[in-house]
Design a protein around this ligand. Structure first.
Ligand code: PLP
Length: 369
């Protein structure tokens, strides 16, 4: 490996710790299909995330896709385009129509002042995203969902371990979906989870992740294969032991970034939300070219020249994907468009050396003119 700094670096336990965790599998030969590691990992996550009900999936995407299927929805789902492909794809792959709400310029999450106008008699659900670990306006979303009898499914892929007013973030909405992908704050190599309120929904989800199989001789739904295997569960069990310390180290990195970049004209840093225990998932910086001088592209290129991989995340917006053949009108989400053209997420992981943070910030400062 060369000395390039990438935007993230996957957390891993010591090799010996992982070997210990998987060694009994050479006795049991139980490799997948909700084995002992799966059960243990699930119980530990329920505790750590502070939620009532949770089920595990092969990845975050399938947790979203199957949650929508399990709710048996029809019509339109209100969501935001400032997200990863997965969120929008989960809607479309269920035969549902995404309706794009614009984002709040400070939190980058759904702008709830624009939400009610988008609700029609075709609306069946709201799928908001807790972007970069910033929490959506859960109170207002909850209020409107009750008023119009809509389901709420949170894409909580960025918010592992966060709490809002002391409650686990997975406990908001009818369901909240997490991702344990290698690039996230917490990983099980690949993995995901749904936290849910209604136990009946949990039963349907459990069947859907295993082809819809209900019993030895009954297949009750057209499910998929979205089971978390035992090796991934074992990785999750190990990484969970260290996640608090990893988050603390991320905090130190974020504070170092802030100490250098705060107050520079034309640069906007992520807000700090009251009542939220943060996981320091991402460090997004918005470059307002007219004030800062250099554009996002120039900063991106300058960092790349120096072996530093920042990421244009989220760019492009999902409502501009060529996959949708111009079906959506991007001018309906002007704030999302503005941010997506100007944002860079800077390298951030637990073991990122602080001297590298200093170097990255120096390069950014030198771009200003
Ligand atoms: C990572 C991510 C997903 C998908 O999770 P996978 O585990 O990669 O399938 C969905 N939504 C958002 C916002 C994500 O960042």
């Amino acid at each position: 490996m060369d000395d390039k700094i990438l935007v993230t670096r996957s957390s891993m336990p010591e090799l010996s710790e992982y070997m210990d965790e998987i060694s009994d599998m050479w006795q049991t030969h139980w490799l997948t299909n909700m084995g002992p590691k799966h059960k243990k990992f699930q119980a530990e996550l329920r505790e750590y995330l502070g939620v009532e009900n949770i089920d595990l999936f092969t990845n975050g995407h399938m947790s979203l896709e199957l949650t929508l299927q399990a709710m048996n929805l029809q019509g339109e789902v209100i969501t935001t385009p400032f997200t990863f492909a997965s969120t929008t794809h989960a809607i479309v792959r269920n035969g549902l129509t995404p309706v794009f709400c614009d984002i709040d310029p400070d939190t980058y999450t759904m702008d709830t002042s624009k939400l009610e106008d988008l609700i029609t008699d075709r609306t069946c659900a709201i799928l908001p995203v807790h972007v970069y670990g910033n929490i959506c306006n859960v109170e207002e979303i909850d209020r409107l969902a009750h008023k119009y009898e809509l389901k709420v499914i949170y894409d909580a892929a960025h918010t592992f371990g966060e709490t809002y007013k002391g409650n686990g973030i997975g406990s908001f909405g009818d369901a909240a979906c997490f991702s344990f992908h290698a690039t996230k704050v917490f990983n099980s190599i690949e993995g995901g989870a749904v936290c849910f309120k209604d136990k009946r929904l949990g039963e349907i989800l459990y069947e859907l992740k295993n082809f819809g199989i209900r019993g030895a001789e009954e297949v009750s739904a057209v499910g998929a294969n979205a089971k978390l295997n035992e090796f991934c569960a074992a990785m999750g069990i190990c990484n969970l032991r260290h996640v608090e310390r990893e988050i603390d180290k991320r905090k130190t990195v974020v504070e170092r970034y802030r100490s250098h970049l705060e107050g520079i004209e034309g640069i906007r840093l992520n807000i700090i939300q009251p009542d939220v225990k943060s996981n320091y998932a991402y460090f997004p910086v918005v470059f307002e070219e007219k004030v800062f001088g250099a554009s996002r592209a120039e900063v991106f290129d300058k960092l790349a020249e120096n072996g530093i991989g920042a990421r244009k995340y989220f760019y492009p917006l999902t409502n501009t994907f060529s996959a949708f053949n111009g079906k959506f009108d991007v001018t309906e989400t002007p704030v999302a468009l503005h941010i997506s053209k100007r944002v860079l997420t800077l390298p951030l992981y637990a073991d990122l050396p602080l001297e590298e943070v200093d170097r990255i910030c120096k390069i950014i400062q030198e771009c200003k003119y």
